[in-house]
Design a protein around this ligand. Structure first.
Ligand SMILES: [Zn+2]
Length: 468
């Protein structure tokens, strides 16, 4: 929504806000679900059954066209290729990609103007913002091809989850980062209706013990087939159901944008009596990956972009080894991002999915690089490892781990009924067992946990630069 739209929205009464949301969605609809979307949607329905080699051939063909386009019409790449004495014909396929230097976030920021393709007219250029897990926002440019492909990939994800994402699709309850309800509001409704897309948008910022019963009353009225949101938020809802001894059956739960921990998946599936379908996407639109109905890893949407897992020099690591995720968008002609370095780490899997789709498998992106703890002895600890000490403790409402320096870790904790000093001892002992005795673990009781302005919750916050 533009600034004027936001001002009007904030001034309007609830019914007016519902109307604005629905009308705005109708406008977005044309952009998102237009001709390009339909073309890509049909393509993706076909290509998911291609063999891996056929998919690689598709990627290579798209890549050659993209490199030529970038060299001929994007000043940044023309200069970069010329400086490196690189010609478009040197890149015959993705195996030649390591010849192209990596593109960092800082470079995109510094050379934003030069990264636009000169043949894409101003009116076709769109911009989007990424809140950035590092807290430094970034603006990226894209066009209707990138938007069409992004929604086609999301549409396929919904299809794999047994649901339909469209104007005449399933009823969807969304709990994401949109501030749709003023933060200071104390009384319901903590949601708004988007009639155009059959969506109930619930606020992620008003989830509290007092408010959760009315959230579920509204959900019961709306009867969604799908709940779509951050894992941490869906977990809060599932936890509430558990405390009430209740379930709320759905067809699917869809998660994204944060690390999905096993304990979150298990409780969400138990309480909503459905499977969780996780997907990974970036505002930069270079990589998209998602789980199919077999849940054997994330399929890389190979038609969407080329994903690489590389070491610090930009060389691909072997299959199964972790590295930095780097992506090249295949359909963004307005601002091609070639070998864009994400903040995320993952690894490719050697195994194939039993669904027999040719799209290769990637591990969950469980480890945002900056969420890792780097210790004094250089060890880098994955957040998933730290979840274990918390697992047996049902009496914790919420927790967050903050690393202050290489030797100090603070656990912020919202205690629940039955929490005692013995539980604190257990946590300190178990965390020390994982971090080492030269790390001081301190448990601090708090009333609530902070969310970032985007509404995203980070379970682990480290103030120590990543050691790898
Ligand atoms: Zn599969």
């Amino acid at each position: 929504m533009n600034r004027l739209g936001s001002v009007l929205y904030n001034l309007a009464p609830v019914w007016g806000q519902n109307l604005i949301l629905s009308g705005y969605s109708l406008l977005l609809d044309r952009e998102r679900y237009g001709e390009r979307f339909r073309g890509f949607r049909d393509l993706l329905a076909k290509t998911e059954w291609y063999s891996e080699n056929e998919l690689i051939a598709y990627q290579d063909e798209q890549l050659r066209a993209l490199i030529k386009h970038a060299y001929e019409t994007v000043p940044f790449y023309r200069r970069r290729f010329d400086e490196g004495k690189l010609k478009p014909s040197d890149i015959r396929g993705q195996h030649d990609l390591p010849k192209v230097p990596l593109l960092t976030r800082d470079e995109v920021r510094a050379h934003f103007g030069e990264l636009w393709s000169t043949i894409v007219p101003q009116r076709s250029r769109k911009t989007g913002h990424t809140s950035g897990t590092t807290g430094t926002p970034l603006t990226v440019g894209y066009d209707d091809g990138a938007i069409g492909m992004a929604y086609a990939a999301l549409d396929r994800h919904y299809r794999w989850a047994g649901c339909r994402l469209a104007r005449d699709g399933d009823r969807i309850a969304v709990v994401r980062g949109n501030v749709i309800v003023p933060l200071h509001q104390k009384k319901p409704p903590f949601w708004r209706l988007n009639r155009c897309h059959n969506q109930l948008l619930l606020s992620s910022f008003h989830l509290s013990k007092q408010n959760l019963p009315v959230y579920f009353e509204e959900l019961a009225r709306f009867k969604p087939a799908v709940l779509d949101g951050y894992p941490s938020t869906l977990y809060v809802l599932a936890k509430f159901l558990q405390s009430q001894g209740q379930t709320f059956p759905l067809r699917a739960a869809i998660t994204s944008s944060e690390t999905l921990y096993d304990f979150q998946r298990a409780l969400i599936e138990e309480r909503f009596q459905c499977r969780v379908f996780d997907y990974y996407a970036l505002a930069e639109r270079v990589v998209f990956s998602n789980e199919c109905e077999r849940h054997e890893g994330h399929h890389v949407a190979m038609e969407y972009g080329i994903a690489e897992v590389v070491d610090e020099k930009g060389w691909p690591v072997s299959i199964g080894s972790p590295g930095r995720l780097v992506g090249t968008s295949l359909h963004n002609k307005a601002m091609p991002l070639i070998r864009y370095v994400t903040n995320d780490m993952t690894s490719f899997r050697a195994s194939r999915c039993s669904c027999s789709r040719g799209l290769r498998l990637m591990d969950d992106v469980t480890t945002k690089a900056e969420d890792m703890l780097t210790l004094k002895d250089g060890r880098v600890i994955s957040p998933s490892v730290l979840t274990h000490p918390f697992k047996p403790l049902d009496c914790i409402e919420g927790s967050q781990i903050v690393q202050i320096d290489p030797q100090t870790v603070i656990v912020r904790l919202v205690p629940g009924a039955g929490y005692t000093e013995a539980h604190t001892k257990h946590l300190v002992t178990e965390l020390t067992a994982r971090l080492g005795t030269d790390v001081t673990v301190e448990v601090q009781m708090v009333d609530s946990l902070e969310r970032k302005a985007s509404g995203k919750f980070k379970w682990v916050i480290s103030h120590v630069p990543l050691g790898i």
